[in-house]
Design a protein around this ligand. Structure first.
Ligand code: ZN
Ligand code: ZN
Ligand code: ZN
Length: 389
C-alpha cells in the first residue's frame, strides 16, 4: 500500500468547510465535479453535462446529488462510505437544479448577506450552464466562488498530501532521468513527448497531463507544444513534464544540452552564462522559502538575480504556482501577492530565461513551505544536464 488519504479525513474536511461557512455567514457550498469535489468527498466523478453536486449546507447533513446512473459510484466514495453524507440520485426527467434547491429548503437558506439575501458559493470550475440553472432554482441566493473559503483548506497540505506530492515528484524525476538517457538526437519533439507521457504512466501516474519538449530555438517558448521538429546535437531541450498520481500533481522542469557524443558540441559559453544565472536564481528563490515570507518575495528573489545578470526582460512569467489536486492552484508566487507563506503550502519555483529565436532555459521544482524552511520535493539534479542525447 502506498500513501493515501484515509476515508475519515473527508469528514474532517467537510466539517471544517461547514465551520468556515458558518463563520463567514454563507448558507451553503455547492460543489460540482473537479478538484474541490475530490478534496471534500474523495469522489472522482465523471465530468458529464448531467449535474453531480455536493450540497454542503452550513448546518445539516451533506448530500451528493448525482444522476441515478452514477449513484453506485457516488455511494462508494470515501465521504459516503464513512457515513458522513447521503447520496441523492435524480432521474433523467428530473430538474437537477431544482433538486439542489430542495436539498437546501429549510433553515439553511435564511438570509445572511448584508442585503438580506442568502449567500451560496459554487465551485470555481462549475460549468456556466449549471451556475445559471442554480441561479434560476435559487432566485433568493447571491452566488459567489467557493475558492473564497476552500482555498484556506486546500492551500495547506497535510502530511498525507505532502507524501502524495513527494511520490508524484519522485516519479517525474525518474522520467527526467530516463529521457535524458536518450536516444534524443534525430527524433522529433512529438516522439519524445509521447515517450514522456508513456513513462509517466509507467511510473505510476494515472494521468500524463503535459510533456513539454522544447528543443533548440523552441526552448525560448515557455509553454511550447511539441512539434515535428527534429532534435539535433549542439542544442538545448527544456523538458517540463507532469501529471497526477492518486490525484496529486507532479510538475518539474530540467534543461538538457545534447552533445550527440561529440564534446565539440558542448554548451556555448553564452548558454552556460545564462544557465548559471538561472541556476543561482532558482536556488536562491527556493531557499528563501519559509513561513511568514510573502509569496511575491520568492518571485522577487529570482527576478532580482536575473535582472542583475542583465536578463530581467527575458524572465517574463511569475516564478511559481501552487500545486496539489490541480497543477495550478493557490497560492501564486507573483508580484502583488503579499500573502504570507505558511507551513504546508506547496508550489513550484520555476524561473526561466528566454531569448526569442535563439534559446531558453528553465528549472522547476515543487517546494513545500516547511516549519523552518523549504522542503524541496524534486531530487533530480538542477544542473544543466549535458548528455550525449
Ligand atoms: Zn507552466
Ligand atoms: Zn512545469
Ligand atoms: Zn509549473
Amino acid at each position: 500500500m502506498g500513501p493515501g488519504i484515509p476515508d475519515a479525513r473527508y469528514g474532517d474536511r467537510t466539517a471544517r468547510a461547514q465551520a468556515l461557512l458558518t463563520e463567514h455567514g454563507v448558507a451553503a457550498l455547492l460543489v460540482g465535479v473537479g478538484a474541490d469535489l475530490r478534496y471534500l468527498t474523495g469522489y472522482v466523478a465523471m465530468p458529464l453535462e448531467r449535474l453531480t453536486m455536493l450540497v454542503l449546507p452550513a448546518g445539516g447533513r451533506p448530500s451528493l446529488v448525482v444522476p441515478r446512473l452514477e449513484a453506485m459510484a457516488a455511494a462508494a466514495s470515501p465521504l459516503v462510505r464513512a457515513g458522513r453524507a447521503d447520496v441523492t440520485p435524480w432521474d433523467e426527467t428530473d430538474d437537477a437544479h431544482a433538486l439542489v434547491a430542495t436539498q437546501l429548503a429549510g433553515t439553511q437558506l435564511a438570509p445572511v448577506a448584508d442585503d438580506g439575501r442568502a449567500r451560496v458559493l459554487v465551485s470555481d470550475r462549475l460549468w456556466a450552464m449549471h451556475v445559471l440553472g442554480l441561479q434560476r432554482a435559487l432566485p433568493q441566493a447571491e452566488v459567489g466562488l467557493a475558492s473564497e473559503l476552500l482555498r484556506e483548506l486546500r492551500m495547506i497540505k497535510d502530511a498525507d498530501e505532502v507524501s502524495l506530492l513527494r511520490r508524484a515528484a519522485h516519479a517525474a524525476d525518474r522520467v527526467v532521468a530516463q529521457i535524458a538517457a536518450g536516444p534524443l538526437v534525430g527524433r522529433t519533439e512529438m516522439d519524445v513527448s509521447r515517450e514522456v507521457r508513456e513513462r509517466l504512466l509507467a511510473e505510476g501516474h494515472e494521468l500524463a497531463e503535459f510533456a513539454i519538449v522544447a528543443s533548440g530555438p523552441n526552448s525560448a517558448s515557455p509553454h511550447h507544444d511539441a512539434t515535428d521538429r527534429v532534435i539535433r546535437a549542439g542544442e538545448p531541450i527544456v523538458l517540463d513534464i507532469g501529471g497526477s498520481m492518486d490525484g496529486y500533481c507532479s510538475d518539474t522542469t530540467r534543461t538538457l544540452w545534447l552533445t550527440g557524443g561529440n564534446p565539440a558540441n558542448g554548451p556555448t559559453p553564452e548558454f552556460r552564462r545564462v544557465f548559471d544565472l538561472l541556476r543561482d536564481a532558482q536556488a536562491e528563490a527556493a531557499s528563501a522559502v519559509r513561513p511568514g515570507v510573502a509569496c511575491e518575495r520568492i518571485d522577487a528573489v529570482a527576478r532580482d538575480i536575473i535582472a542583475t545578470g542583465g536578463h530581467g526582460p527575458d524572465f517574463f512569467h511569475r516564478v511559481g504556482h501552487g500545486i496539489g489536486l490541480e497543477t495550478h492552484e493557490d497560492p501564486y508566487l507573483v508580484a502583488g501577492n503579499g500573502e504570507a507563506l505558511r507551513p504546508g503550502m506547496a508550489f513550484s519555483v520555476e524561473p526561466g530565461i528566454y531569448l526569442e529565436g535563439r534559446f531558453g532555459a528553465r528549472i522547476e521544482d515543487i517546494v513545500i513551505c516547511g516549519p523552518d524552511g523549504p522542503d524541496v520535493l524534486n531530487e533530480s539534479s538542477r544542473d544543466l544536464w549535458v548528455v550525449s542525447g
